[in-house]
Design a protein around this ligand. Structure first.
Ligand SMILES: *Cc1c(COP(=O)(O)O)cnc(C)c1O
Length: 370
């Protein structure tokens, strides 16, 4: 079965091999050397002043960012389940919470954020997804960050890049915290999250908040290539292998280029067979299609073509399907996916099969790649 869900994503064979050795003790020079190398690669990937790895799924890093960087009121952007989650975290910790809510296909506007920030001087942090995975949209995070900093440079910008770090270059000039998770663009099993932090964020963290998710204690330890608590050694060994593989394959810029091209080719090929792209500003991490036959299409893709794509959650259950584009994806697999979608439409009697999806995919991917 080909896993084409926008998280978890498939783990490459060489990465699985790297993680198959005996468990290493985390308080050893051997592991600290691996940790140090991994950190170096992460600095290159994040472009931030500091990076911190946590043994948690992505939500752990979101919670850590909120409690350490928001001390009064959080403004969260809710254009989907993950944006909504930031607000829930703030409330769970007794912080003030202001939310901007949109339909799941609609990115937030810079103006709406500016207005909300100007209207409430208690807001000391803004949390937003770079790529909101619920509907597969891209928020204008860099523009939002810039506009907010112009109003008040002390307001922390928390950017959830769980389906964006490793997908595209993110301008972190005005971002204080950029979050990634292992099981999305980083092609690892779930269980590791990473935060990239600005120097201003580190100042605001101060002595830190929380216990396990306290960023001050982690920054202190990780600068010495160790962790405050037991490190997720196996996942970090896997992460180093992923980051070295990306380097071997031409580096992060090449990865971003290929991902961009793949996103364009998939989008165009599915539009060419009459399908509709759901989000108004599609993210590069995934292609989201809204379709009355979404459930049947997913079922046929899985049963007849061995392709596993994701559906929708909450009010979009049965209404959309989402195809992953993150990571090092063999091109023949992606070509098979769009062809399978076309064959599925033929099975449903919607459209006679003529190979259009593959033709359009190939034209875009291979013509532009050379
Ligand atoms: C998957 C995801 C998360 C949450 O991750 P968990 O690893 O399930 O905790 C948060 N934000 C975005 C955008 C995601 O795609």
């Amino acid at each position: 079965m080909s896993l084409f869900t926008p998280g978890p994503t498939p783990v490459p064979q060489n990465v699985r091999n790297a993680m198959s050795d005996e468990t290493m003790h985390h308080r050893t020079p051997e592991f600290e050397a691996i940790f140090e190398k991994t950190r170096k690669h992460l600095f290159n990937l994040f472009n931030t002043d500091e990076v911190v790895m946590l043994s948690s799924s992505g939500t752990g890093a979101m919670e850590s960012a909120v409690i350490n960087l928001c001390h009064n009121t959080l403004l969260n952007v809710n254009s989907g389940k993950f944006g909504e989650r930031f607000g829930k975290i703030a409330k769970a910790h007794g912080l003030g919470s202001v939310e901007i809510k949109n339909e799941w296909n609609t990115p937030v506007s810079v103006e709406a954020v500016v207005e909300a920030v100007k209207a409430n001087s208690d807001i000391d942090a803004v949390a937003v997804q770079v790529s909101e995975s619920a509907g597969g949209l891209r928020h204008p995070v860099e523009e939002i960050a810039k506009a907010v900093k112009e109003i008040n440079p002390n307001i922390m910008i928390i950017a959830d890049g769980i389906t964006a770090v490793g997908v595209e270059k993110i301008d972190v000039t005005n971002i204080d915290c950029l979050i990634a998770g292992s099981q999305k663009a980083l092609m690892l099993p779930p269980g590791l999250s990473i935060l990239g932090l600005s120097n201003n964020a580190i100042l605001k963290v101060g002595a830190g908040k929380g216990y396990y998710l306290n960023l001050a204690s982690e920054i202190k330890s990780q600068r010495k290539n160790t962790t405050a608590y037991t490190a997720a050694t196996t996942l970090i060994i896997g992460l180093l292998e992923v980051l070295e593989t990306i380097e071997r394959d031409g580096g992060v810029d090449k990865l971003y280029e290929t991902t961009t091209l793949r996103a364009q080719a998939v989008k165009a090929s599915l539009e060419a067979i009459g399908l509709h792209i759901y989000p108004n500003s599609p993210a590069k991490s995934m292609t989201t299609i809204d379709d009355e036959n979404a459930s049947e299409i997913r079922k046929l893709l899985k049963e007849d073509f061995d392709v596993n794509v994701a559906g929708g959650q909450d009010h979009l259950k049965g209404k959309i399907f989402r195809i992953n584009q993150m990571g090092l994806i063999p091109t023949y697999e992606m070509a098979w996916v769009v062809n399978s979608v076309e064959l599925t439409l033929a099975k449903l009697g919607r459209r006679a099969y003529d190979g259009t999806a593959n033709r359009v995919f190939n034209e875009i991917f291979f013509k532009m790649e050379r």
